[in-house]
Design a protein around this ligand. Structure first.
Ligand code: 13P
Length: 254
């Protein structure tokens, strides 16, 4: 059985001071111990503060982005080895990066290889727009994102990979995918992995759901066969709501 991964993507939120307050408030909420793996992805500038505050807790840290080169004239960018000093996970291909910053599947693929080279764990984000869903193209869009994003990835690397299904129409909108829609898409991703690798390798990849996930809608989503956790935006900014979601995951037996 896979351990649930409850991940917070803070996006462009929280100064270092606010990050410190988050972790200070979080600490007493971690007792009794949480069984699911907790992950926080703060902005780069908050990573040292998060790492320091976290010395007393068992919360994994992640980055929200990376550049796939190790050094050089790339003003404003951050290399995998720089992140490795602070984090174990890195988000790759979030829809906001794809749409607002024009990231292509080819760049996302480069990032995934660069992360594996530094023994960092990529969380590949995929998802369709409302228009693509209405045109019945959701599976083909996600199939393309997987095909191109995971080009050259080997079976041996898969246990280090996480995939987050985040339908773009559900991100920050308050509208969540129904458990049936989410499960159908997660099963599609799982089957894709089985076809391109094999069943044991597919089983090793955790599949997260993201998009307006909160404590009021988490339970039926987490009960689905192919949902192994969540990637949470808004509801991860407040320690109590983040932990409530993790406690719901802890209650579910699959
Ligand atoms: P919300 O939970 O705010 O909808 O954001 C989801 C998301 O994009 C996480 O990466």
């Amino acid at each position: 059985m896979k351990r649930f991964l409850i991940a917070g993507n803070w996006k462009l939120n929280k100064t270092a001071k606010e990050t410190n307050l988050f972790f200070t408030t979080l600490q007493p909420l971690l007792s009794p111990a949480i069984q699911s793996e907790l992950l926080i992805c703060p902005p780069f500038t908050s990573l040292p503060t998060a790492a320091k505050a976290n010395e007393r807790m068992n919360v994994s840290l992640g980055a929200q982005n990376v550049y796939p080169k190790s050094s050089g004239a790339f003003t404003g960018e951050i290399a995998p080895a720089m992140l490795r000093e602070w984090v174990s996970y890195v988000l790759v291909g979030h829809s906001e990066r794809r749409t607002l910053f024009h990231e292509t599947n080819a760049l996302i693929n480069e990032k995934i290889h660069a992360l594996f080279k530094e023994s960092l764990k990529p969380i590949l984000c995929v998802g369709e727009t409302l228009e693509e869903r209405k045109q019945d193209r959701a599976c083909s869009v996600i199939g393309d994102e997987l095909e191109q994003g995971l080009k050259g990835v080997t079976k041996e690397q898969l246990p280090q990979l996480t995939i987050a299904y985040e339908p773009i129409w559900a991100i920050g909108t308050g509208e969540t995918a129904t458990p049936e829609i989410a499960e159908m898409m997660h099963a599609f991703i799982y089957d894709w992995l089985v076809q391109h690798f094999d069943a044991p390798s597919a089983e090793a990849v955790r599949l997260l759901y993201g998009g307006s996930l909160k404590s009021s809608n988490a339970k039926p989503l987490f009960q689905q066969r192919h949902i192994d956790g969540g990637l949470i935006g808004g509801a991860s900014l407040e320690p109590r709501s983040f932990i409530e979601i993790a406690r719901i995951a802890d209650q579910i037996q699959k």
